[in-house]
Ligand binder design. Sequence first.
Ligand SMILES: *Cc1c(COP(=O)(O)O)cnc(C)c1O
Length: 409
Amino acid sequence: MTLPGPIDPPARLLMGPGPISAYPSVLRAMSAPLVGQYDPFMTQAMAETQQLYREVWATGNDATLLIDGTSRAGIEAAIVSLVRPGDRVLVPVFGRFGHLLAEIAERALAEVHTIETAWGQVFTPSAIEEAIVRVKPTLLALVQGDTSTTMNQPLDEIGAICARHGVLFYSDATASLGGNPFEADAWGLDAATAGLQKCLGGPSGSAPITLSPRAVEVVRSRSRVEAGIREEGDAAASDFVRSNYFDLGMILDYWGPRRLNHHTEATSMLYAARECARVLLGEGRDAVIARHRLAGDAMLAGVEALGLTVFGDVAHKMANVVAVEIPEGVPGDVARAALLDDFGIEIGTSFGPLHGRVWRIGTMGYNARKDAVLTTLAALESVLRRFGAAVPVGGGVEAARDVFAGAPA
Ligand SMILES: *Cc1c(COP(=O)(O)O)cnc(C)c1O
């Protein structure tokens, strides 16, 4: 074989729904030297990371840590550890990721009930409460921001509803955390998971998770370690978490004071996750959310000024991503490829009912920036015109610049 050269990716501006271009300091953190997994430095870095993510999630939960793997690893760890076979799980589905939660809960042998709303809409608290009363689930699994539709499901009233009916409340905040408000304790979350490759501004491969004391109790009650590794044939063995890698009881003991061996922590990803949180908290949680809001508003104004139609209920749109209908006659995939080839800019295609109908443009993490927004709009205008769409000259860039100019300093 001819030996390929060292990895040398092209320069890209990742303006899709994720992954996004990482903060430079996150990439630097990932190239820091490795240490052993029980090195005191490692234990300290893990403890620091836990403390940083308590701030990111706005929680006092002791059980705040990382699952090694992409966001889906966090989702799977939460669901397989919280759900016993036969438990009823309610999943309100408003996009692709609701289907993912339902599918994972089914594999965990839950009795899964879904309610659905049209793509581009969110649920009212009363619709969710009505379904809880009807289904009587042990767990409500609800996506916060679903990038497939760009919608941001309001969660602030859901925790109280779950508490009233004795339901555990889990949310997948992968796409929204860091760019939109999230208050784990104030909103009554029992479990929440995320990933780095959206608003947190890192690569995929680590999934921050937080668990309330109530969730920890459930997880603990299903742990082999707590049970002292029971005899084969023990009837209670049926209650053990059906995954070793995602057994949160074991993972808690690995991160906890006992530091019991489980997997080998993915050291470079830990460095990345730690740096993502450090960057966010250094700038300030509210300041970062405001920056996402500003960049998102500017992108929204820009695409509208280009004459594009925005998909979905804009009042409930996530700050960090917008979906626009592909204009009549413009070949969606060819135009996207031109954006990549000629400008090095990536935007997103779509799934399911929206496939071929909309593009999704993200403004998140490091790329929730004025120059990234204006460059993307200028390139998009050029590509749209090339494929025959009638677009006003400079309109998108100007409208976005006005939004940035109007922002308080
Ligand atoms: C992007 C996204 C994911 C991604 O999961 P990965 O395993 O990191 O690919 C999960 N959930 C939601 C809501 C997302 O938007």
